[in-house]
Design a protein around this ligand. Structure first.
Ligand SMILES: C[S@@+](CC[C@H](N)C(=O)[O-])C[C@H]1O[C@@H](n2cnc3c(N)ncnc32)[C@H](O)[C@@H]1O
Length: 270
């Protein structure tokens, strides 16, 4: 969205939005000057943040293909973001036509662009919702129309839970979604960590507190692993994002901990 377009309702022009910043990191066009300035400040802290964003997005694609191969035909993508390359419905429906995808986001720009993109897709939709209100999301009529909770569902929480503060109880949010899922359902998530790069995480935390619509809480490996309570992590477990089932060995960087985001996929315990 070029600057000067009419802002969707609910957009705060004085704050960089976490959704639009991510769009800018990925080279998208649905962001404003305030977002690009925040990404420039982020890049000054971590020069490879755009590479990290692309690696996170690549994990999303690998995880969705893995889940389709594992028999999943329904996806709920929480914090889905502004549509970009390799959206979940594109990956899932390429591997399995008719796969159902419900996107959820609380960013008005993400919701508006998703609605436009999905207008002609009967098997995918977007719900404007806040992950801090699992009951509201799970009862949304659009979600209920597409998702059959008698069949396995994959819930995706890809770089969203670090936008949830400890007071907002990320583990409780995951548990609320888990309880709604039948057996053989899945959770895929990525999450920023302060495990090996505490200074970077602290500086980025300050940046988001100062400029963005949402603060960031980076967490330790143990804290992130505990979010998988009630799910069994599949191989290779919780790892830095490029290490999760890479398509090619050349894609694995020399020092994966420079990618300060953990990734994992878990199956709901019987
Ligand atoms: C970094 S983007 C990630 C997009 C996509 N999941 C990916 O990883 O490629 C995070 C997204 O989470 C959304 N988000 C943040 N907090 C949220 C909340 N409480 N409820 C719903 N969405 C939220 C943001 O609007 C943004 O679109």
């Amino acid at each position: 969205m070029p600057d000067g377009d009419v802002l969707p309702q609910g957009v705060d022009p004085g704050k960089a939005s976490v959704a639009r910043m991510y769009d800018a990191m990925l080279g998208g066009e649905h962001n404003f000057a305030i977002d690009r300035e925040a990404v420039a400040a982020f890049t000054a802290i971590d020069p490879q943040v755009r590479t990290l964003a692309r690696a996170n997005r690549a994990f999303l694609g690998r995880a969705v293909r893995f889940l389709v191969e594992s028999g999943v035909r329904q996806f709920v993508d929480l914090g889905s973001g502004i549509p970009t390359q390799g959206n979940v419905h594109e990956v899932a429906q390429a591997a399995c036509p008719g796969a159902k995808v419900v996107y959820v986001d609380n960013d008005p720009v993400a919701v508006a662009h998703s609605e436009a993109l999905l207008a002609d897709n009967p098997d995918a939709t977007i719900v404007a919702g806040d992950i801090r209100d699992p009951a509201g999301i799970l009862s949304a009529p659009r979600l209920r129309e597409l998702i059959d909770f008698e069949q396995p569902v994959a819930v995706l929480m890809i770089t969203i839970l670090h936008f949830i503060t400890p007071q907002e109880d990320p583990a409780g949010i995951v548990a609320a979604f888990r309880e709604a899922l039948p057996a053989d359902s899945w959770l895929a998530l990525t999450h920023a960590t302060d495990e090996d790069r505490p200074d970077t995480a602290a500086a980025v935390g300050q940046l988001y507190r100062d400029r963005a619509t949402s603060p960031v809480t980076a967490r330790s490996r143990t804290e992130i692993e505990s979010l998988f309570g009630g799910f069994e992590l599949v191989e290779p477990g919780l790892v830095y994002v490029p290490l999760w089932r890479p398509d090619r060995a050349e894609e694995v960087p020399e020092n994966p901990s420079q990618y300060w985001v953990y990734a994992g996929v878990g199956r709901k315990d019987a």
